[in-house]
Ligand binder design. Structure first.
Ligand SMILES: [Zn+2]
Length: 121
């Protein structure tokens, strides 16, 4: 496989127990240690419900998000299992101050995945 962060080719070690299991990974072991995701969760109250914001990184970067497919998959599975059927899922690169008032117009809870962390006070 080719690492989506450094571009190097790498191989996943396989054993007889994992020989026929497919694990899709786009980040080599070196980049996994060097550039870990810093998953942060915040809950912000709004008119009707809460906005649950999950961020993948502390700082702005140009990482290919396909390299973090495991973290994103984990978030989606956790969110889908915990949300109600009328809640909303939104995925944006950055949570801006312009976006928040529009989110306030949506009924029910909102689960928002963003690339970079933004603190709200
Ligand atoms: Zn790499």
């Amino acid at each position: 496989m080719k690492c989506y962060l450094c571009g190097k080719t790498f191989f996943e070690r396989r054993y007889i127990q994992t020989l026929f299991k497919v694990k899709v990974v786009f980040r080599c072991k070196s980049c996994e240690k060097k550039y870990p995701a810093y998953v942060t969760e915040q809950a912000i109250p709004k008119n009707s419900g809460l906005i649950y914001i999950t961020s993948l990184f502390k700082e702005e970067n140009n990482f290919n998000l396909l390299a973090y497919n495991q973290e994103i998959k984990k978030w989606f599975l956790k969110t889908i299992n915990s949300m109600n059927k009328d809640d909303t899922i939104i995925w944006v690169d950055e949570v801006s101050d312009v976006l928040i008032p529009y989110l306030d117009l949506i009924d029910n809870d909102i689960y928002l995945l963003s690339k970079t962390l933004k603190y709200f006070s």
